[in-house]
Design a protein around this ligand. Structure first.
Ligand SMILES: Nc1ncnc2c1ncn2[C@@H]1O[C@H](COP(=O)(O)OP(=O)(O)OP(=O)(O)O)[C@@H](O)[C@H]1O
Ligand SMILES: [Mg+2]
Length: 401
């Protein structure tokens, strides 16, 4: 028989709060009979203490009480314990109060004196609503969580797409660069041959004229200019050839450290005159390599020349040679003007120069050589602070010979 009387929510905690002891005791008896776990309190303050510690599913709360009235307790429960629902007991004929309490957040109200059956009915209904609403809240929380996860995934995917696009762009740029170097190779080999012959002739005639006009100061200065310009054209052609040379040069044993020291010694005078401090760090265990010594020197010379050009008002030239997981790593840094972002993607292009008398071949020569040894080169730069070129050459390719 007891089973018939047991509520479907038996076991749930219900707190009964009223200053009238008889009401509390009778209600508690009734509810226990229905299988609820019943807690009791006699004023608002006690009520809040128990709610805080026990978190009951439901509070039956009297409106009129000493110490702390029911409405104040209700507000506190609504604000701090959203999982605890409240049914208010009000006096007869106080509909206005009831409306206000419902607006504040009470789940229901009952006018005193009440009939037991309607109390039990209300309790079951409110607990049912509570069950649905809590489940709903859980679902919403789950939905929010899923939404957050989806957003994180989206962000991750967007980042991956962006990374892949950048890789593709880089690969595309590398292909373009290789094509440019190849095209340059064809053109320059032909041009150098065709142009250097007449250039030699001009040079020769200028020398003859220079003898004839040795007394004439004005004309001999023009002739000197002709010779200088011819030499400039010739040096451009030599650089063009170097940038595009396809055939492998003979290789021999090269000591990186020696090459570095030679290049630094060659530019020692320039460094002093420009008041450039040189900081050189060379690790001891850099292995002897098999390579074309001229090419290795060209890497150093071109990078150091560029660095020094940027530090005509003084600065610090850094040369670091280290071993880095199977790579010989060379870093040449300067404290010069830096490279603007929009130039970074072009500096390795043949002909790209920002210098009045530059040819724009230096870095394309370095790139061709580095690629020839299966290596990598990149520039890190900050305008106004300086630039570092990092070259990485795989020792596996350099040791075999
Ligand atoms: N260390 C550096 N600091 C700032 N800009 C640099 C640096 N190195 C290279 N650059 C930029 O890259 C451009 C290309 O350099 P690259 O060495 O290929 O040609 P160049 O120095 O202009 O001429 P050259 O053929 O005489 O070397 C330079 O004109 C300059 O704008
Ligand atoms: Mg240069």
């Amino acid at each position: 028989m007891l089973k018939d009387h047991t509520s479907q929510f038996s076991g749930e905690k219900i707190l009964v709060v009223d200053d009238e002891k008889v009401i509390v005791e009778l209600t508690a008896l009734l509810l226990r009979g229905r299988g609820f776990t019943v807690l009791t309190a006699y004023n608002g303050e006690e009520c809040l203490d128990i709610v805080r510690n026990e978190q009951p599913a439901l509070v039956l709360l009297d409106y009129m009480m000493p110490v702390m009235d029911g409405e104040t307790a209700l507000k506190n429960i609504i604000q701090n314990h959203p999982d605890t629902y409240v049914i208010m007991f009000t006096g007869k004929g106080s509909e206005e109060v009831a409306v206000r309490l419902m607006k504040t957040g009470a789940a229901d109200y009952l006018q005193k004196p009440f009939v037991n059956s309607s109390l039990l009915e209300r309790i079951d209904t409110v607990l049912q609503i509570r069950q649905v609403e809590l489940a709903n809240r859980d679902l919403l929380r789950e939905k929010d969580q899923l939404q957050l996860e989806i957003e994180a995934w989206n962000l991750h995917l967007e980042r991956r797409v962006e990374e892949k696009s950048q890789e593709l762009e880089l690969a595309h740029r590398e292909i373009l660069q290789t094509e440019k170097l190849a095209a340059l190779g064809h053109i320059s080999a032909g041009m150098a041959h065709e142009i250097r012959n007449p250039l030699n002739a001009i040079n020769l005639f200028a020398q003859i004229l220079s003898g004839a006009y040795s007394e004439d100061l004005e004309n001999s200065s023009y002739i000197r200019k002709i010779v200088e310009e011819v030499e400039r054209v010739d040096s451009i052609l030599v650089k063009m050839l170097a940038a595009s040379r396809g055939t492998a040069a003979p290789r021999s044993e090269v000591r990186f450290e020696k090459v570095a020291r030679k290049v630094l010694a060659d530019c020692d005078v320039l460094c002093r005159s420009q008041r450039v401090m040189v900081e050189c760090l060379i690790e001891e265990d850099i292995p002897l390599i098999i390579a074309d010594p001229t090419e290795i020197e060209q890497i150093f010379t071109n990078l150091v020349t560029n660095a020094l050009f940027e530090m005509q008002q003084g600065g610090r030239l850094g040369v670091r040679l280290t071993l880095d997981e199977g790579f010989i790593r060379l870093e040449i840094s300067d404290t010069g003007r830096g490279i603007p972002k929009e130039h970074l993607s072009q500096i390795f292009d043949p002909f790209f120069t920002t210098k009045e008398k530059g040819t724009g071949f230096g870095l394309s020569v370095v790139l061709r050589i580095v690629r020839g040894y299966g290596g990598l080169i990149k520039a890190e730069s900050e305008v106004g602070r300086g630039t570092t070129f990092i070259v990485k050459l795989p020792t596996s390719r350099l040791l075999v010979g």
